[in-house]
Design a binder for this molecule. Structure first.
Ligand code: KIV
Ligand code: ZN
Length: 515
């Protein structure tokens, strides 16, 4: 058996299915690029049949990514498999991921199928997928609540029909590490042809055991782990990529396996994913939370100063967290900013660097010192802006707000578009509402609701940058805008205009298509 464990990332499928984590096409491509840079083995790009949007994004990711296998999920049905293949066939290494449930409760109440029918369907549909592509993954949904002998029969049928990876999902987060290990060991010992395929584990975190259960699977001989960045996913989430990879790297004595992942990209990828979904890592999130490497207590600080290993089992640098925070200021030149960005893992093109440097200079006028966290936010914001900009949209010219705790807030907004100026004024329930009302009056966008409106502070201090994410919902699609400024009104207005520009562009496109 190989000692290489494949990292199968399903942030864009299982992760994206979670409430509040939906991403639009451009955001998915940005995340796929981060995953490719981090060198995951497989990117599950989506569930092609589930919607035209999903199909489109699986196809776009298949085209954009060259260095990873790209998979699409498909139920064990002809239509699903056809759609999956149509979407992934342009990938450098396409994979079709076929699944069907195998637990008594799922077969009886969800599928309304007898076990023999599930067995037949598995063999027929894996064989059908195999006609398209040699890289076929089969998953037995709810495998950890399935009868073990029946599960072994289903796995054997999938192998006979040509599956190359067999995934054992703990769909409802029910199993334990020892049980997962035993299940994989049993299947490897009893399923004919088991030596010729890769066993995989896919764990949900309902009992907080997803990482531990995946590691149990590895001890049992699984050589693929399905996981998501930051542990995103249905309900309590999936196995967190950063945690499971660093657990294996930190304890090679227990897990004598390797992965091809570039762990120094973990922190950056985590930030990209949090930024796209408009959330921030909980402070105590393992590996990527702000406190993950912070030592507050005197005893701990004393120990770490004497020898880091007293309280640190892995270094922040190993996952791309840089702790020697050099502070830049208004006298720092472009070269210093470029060097610092490189050190933080951002290799920007000359144009991107110039834009970032200009924003840095503006920030220096507003903020006493610019930290690494600020610089990262500028670079990240630039990456998102490049990836998701709408050409010819509205831009903020200026705004003026009047508010107090005894009058109704009023905001006047001036926007620019194609060299023309548009101004309007509105009242609102507070200054933000007044500003958004004024923008709506000017732009008159299609009806929409707010899916997310989040404000985060980038660093400490009252002059910190405010990072605003807005996700608007209209006709089942989300439109994201981000804004970054020391003034949260400005950050909010910028984010709203960007989201509205995307909504308007989509409305225009739809009108064009139906004309
Ligand atoms: O949790 C699950 O069972 C899944 C499968 C479709 C792999 O996500
Ligand atoms: Zn799942």
């Amino acid at each position: 058996m190989t000692d290489q464990v494949k990292i199968f990332d399903t942030t864009l499928r299982d992760g994206e299915q979670a409430p509040g984590c939906s991403m639009n096409l451009r955001e998915k491509i940005e995340v796929a690029r981060a995953l490719e840079r981090m060198r995951v083995d497989v990117i599950e790009a989506g569930f092609a049949i589930s919607s035209p949007g999903d199909f489109e994004s699986v196809r776009a990711i298949s085209q954009a990514v060259r260095d990873c296998t790209v998979a699409s999920l498909a139920r064990a049905s002809v239509k699903d498999i056809d759609a999956a293949w149509e979407a992934v066939k342009v990938a450098a290494d396409p994979r079709i991921h076929v699944f069907i449930a195998t637990s008594p409760i799922h077969m009886e109440y969800k599928l309304r199928m007898k076990p023999e029918e599930v067995l037949e369907q598995t063999e027929a549909m894996v064989a059908y997928a195999r006609r398209y592509c040699s890289n076929i993954q089969f998953s037995a949904e709810d495998a950890t609540r399935s009868d073990l002998d029946f599960l072994a029969k289903v796995c054997a049928a999938a192998i006979r029909a040509g599956a190359t990876t067999l995934n054992i999902p703990d769909t409802v987060g029910y199993t334990t590490p020892a049980e997962m290990r035993a299940r994989i060991e049993y299947l490897r010992a009893h399923v004919p042809g088991a030596d010729d395929v890769v066993f995989s584990v896919h764990c949900h975190n309902d009992l907080g055991l997803a990482v531990a259960n995946a590691l149990g699977g590895v001890l049992g001989g699984a050589r693929q782990i399905e996981c998501t960045v930051n542990g995103l996913g249905e309900r309590a989430g999936n196995t967190a990529l950063e945690e499971v990879v660093m657990a294996m790297r930190t304890r090679p004595d227990l897990y004598p396996v390797t992965t091809r992942l570039d762990a120094t990209q973990i922190y950056r990828s985590s930030k990209t994913v949090y930024s796209v979904i408009g959330q921030k890592a909980p402070l105590n999130k393992p590996i990527v939370g702000a406190n993950a490497f912070a030592h507050e207590s005197g005893i701990h600080q004393h120990g770490v100063l004497a020898n880091k290993a007293t309280y640190e089992i892995l270094t922040p640098e190993a996952v791309g967290v840089h702790t020697n925070n050099i502070v830049l200021g208004k006298h720092s030149g472009k070269h210093a900013v470029e060097e610092r960005l490189k050190y933080l893992g951002y290799n920007l093109s000359p144009e991107e660097l110039l834009a970032c440097f200009e924003e840095f200079k503006v920030l220096c006028d507003k903020k006493k010192s610019v930290t690494d966290t600020d610089l990262e936010a500028l670079a990240e914001q630039r990456a998102v802006a490049e990836e998701t900009a709408v050409e010819g949209g509205y831009q903020l010219d200026w705004f003026s707000v009047h508010t107090s705790n005894f009058t109704t807030a009023t905001c006047t907004v001036s926007l620019l578009r194609d060299g023309q100026r548009f101004e309007d004024v509105c009242l609102g329930d507070g200054p933000i509402d007044a500003a958004f009302n004024a923008i709506d009056k000017i732009v008159q966008p299609a009806p929409h609701s707010f899916d997310i409106y989040n404000i985060h502070s980038i660093s400490e201090g009252k002059d910190t940058l405010g990072d605003v994410t807005i996700k608007l919902m209209s006709e089942g699609r989300t439109y994201t805008g981000k804004g970054l400024s020391t003034d949260i009104m400005e950050a909010s207005i910028t984010a709203y205009i960007k989201a509205i520009n995307k909504l308007c562009a989509a409305t225009e496109q739809r009108k064009g298509e139906s004309a």
